[in-house]
Write a new protein. Structure first.
Length: 431
């Protein structure tokens, strides 16, 4: 067996020699001013949701927070018994989320009181003995990049609303959103990290068993499934962490196998695929005006593809891994990277819009001379074959306030929850 660490890894990224790649300007946008900041000591990968004047998100301190969107003050908080790494959904003055304690919760959005909770068969990290060939291979190792669990979505149509979510137990669940009663569940062969996508009466999602599934929203019956690639040797380049996006009869999703797929929504037939190998696609894509935008991990890219043909239009090179999805407002795209940079992209022109405080404070120590994230550089003299090295270096990199959660735009504010535990409200425009 060959040894494989991962940017972790002994797979060497060689880049795209012929690609047209834009590099963001080093000038920080002048209109990126912080409205307020909420400092938490725990890590957080939860993309916030906004309802009325409240901002909701979860944290690894096992608490779910509601902040005042104007001031950043805590309105209420709710304690669970596990890390909250799902992103919330809001509907009808209720907020829904999952916790690593094995429960999915419904709370009153105004005061945080519990409506109901539903127990899955358990939430746990992805992992295996000798993960990705790391040493010592006799020990079980959690995947240190398994940042989040499936997030719920709410079908708001009809009298009886339905909430859908996946679980580490391998099931996709459909519950009555009002009382948390089970309607149906669909079993797969692996953990479901993917957040479901509801489109034309069909629920689409991916599983760690390498399949993309389409099931009937009312019955949970299988309509079709599509197999992505497996990595039977090291189990590094396999598994679906991203979520489906559907538009114009097509479903789009990326995989840790290093490919982005466009499938026929009705039958699951492959329309086209785009390779980012050996870089993961862990984030969820965004489609606008016939263009699909994806981000990659090791290659540090945001890529714009023609939504019909899959033909590459352009690429933007960031300073680090990209686990965050793109947000769009007007003609501008916003994306964050693992070094703590938030970028704005207009066409093929990109610039740094905001730099987290953690990045500003620690970049001279943790980033290389080119201001880029280099795992080997950050590891220094540590043994890259050891699992403990990956865990320790990743912990160090969290001092940059990495951006994993998607930036959320509401009115004239951008809400940014960082993995280092700092939550920012940023003014998009100055008066």
């Amino acid at each position: 067996m060959r040894t494989c660490f991962f940017f972790l890894c002994g797979l060497i990224w060689t880049g795209y020699a012929k690609a047209r790649i834009s590099v963001p300007s080093t000038d920080t946008a002048r209109n990126a001013t912080v409205k307020w900041k909420f400092q938490n000591k725990a890590k957080s990968y939860s993309t916030p949701a906004v309802l009325d004047d409240k901002v909701f998100f979860g944290s690894e301190d096992q608490k779910f927070y509601a902040l005042d969107g104007n001031t950043g003050k805590v309105v209420w908080k709710f304690k669970t018994s596990g890390a909250i790494n799902s992103s919330p959904a809001v509907a009808n003055q209720s907020v829904y989320f999952g916790s690593m304690d094995g429960f999915y919760y419904a709370l009153n959005a105004d005061n945080g009181k519990l409506h109901w909770k539903f127990k899955t068969d358990g939430e746990q990290k992805i992992g295996r003995k000798g993960l990705w060939g790391m040493q010592p291979d006799i020990f079980y190792m959690d995947d240190p990049f398994d940042f989040f669990i499936s997030s719920p979505i709410v079908d708001r149509e009809g009298v009886q609303q339905t909430i859908y979510f996946g679980s580490s137990d391998g099931n996709l669940y459909a519950l009555n959103a009002d009382n948390g009663k089970l309607k149906w569940k669909f079993s797969t062969g692996g953990a479901v990290r993917s957040t479901p996508c509801l489109y034309n009466g069909i629920v689409y999602f991916g599983s760690w068993d390498q399949f993309i599934y389409a099931v009937d929203q009312h019955s949970g019956k299988l309509i079709w499934k599509f197999k992505t690639n497996a990595d039977d040797e090291n189990h590094l380049l396999e598994g679906i962490q991203a979520s489906v996006v559907a538009e114009n009869g097509r479903v789009y999703i990326g995989s840790r196998d290093g490919f982005f797929y466009a499938l026929d929504a009705k039958n699951g037939n492959l329309l086209w695929q785009y390779s980012t190998w050996p870089s993961w696609i862990s984030s969820t894509s965004v489609v606008k005006n016939g263009v699909v935008f994806i981000t990659t991990s090791d290659s540090h890219l945001m890529i714009a593809l023609d939504a019909v043909s899959g033909k590459e239009k352009y690429k933007i090179k960031t300073k680090g891994y990209n686990f965050s999805s793109v947000s769009i407002v007007g003609d501008s795209l916003f994306l964050g990277d693992f070094t703590g940079n938030l970028y704005t992209v207009n066409g093929e022109r990109a610039m740094v819009f905001f730099e987290t405080e953690g990045r500003n404070k620690n970049k001279s120590i943790l980033l290389n001379a080119d201001d880029k994230l280099d795992f080997q550089y950050a590891a220094g003299k540590m043994d890259l074959s050891l699992y403990s090295t990956t865990v320790e270096v990743l912990s160090l990199l969290h001092q940059l306030d990495p951006i994993v959660a998607r930036p959320v735009i509401h009115n004239q504010s951008l809400y940014l929850n960082t993995a280092g535990g700092c939550f920012y409200a940023i003014n998009l425009f100055n008066n």
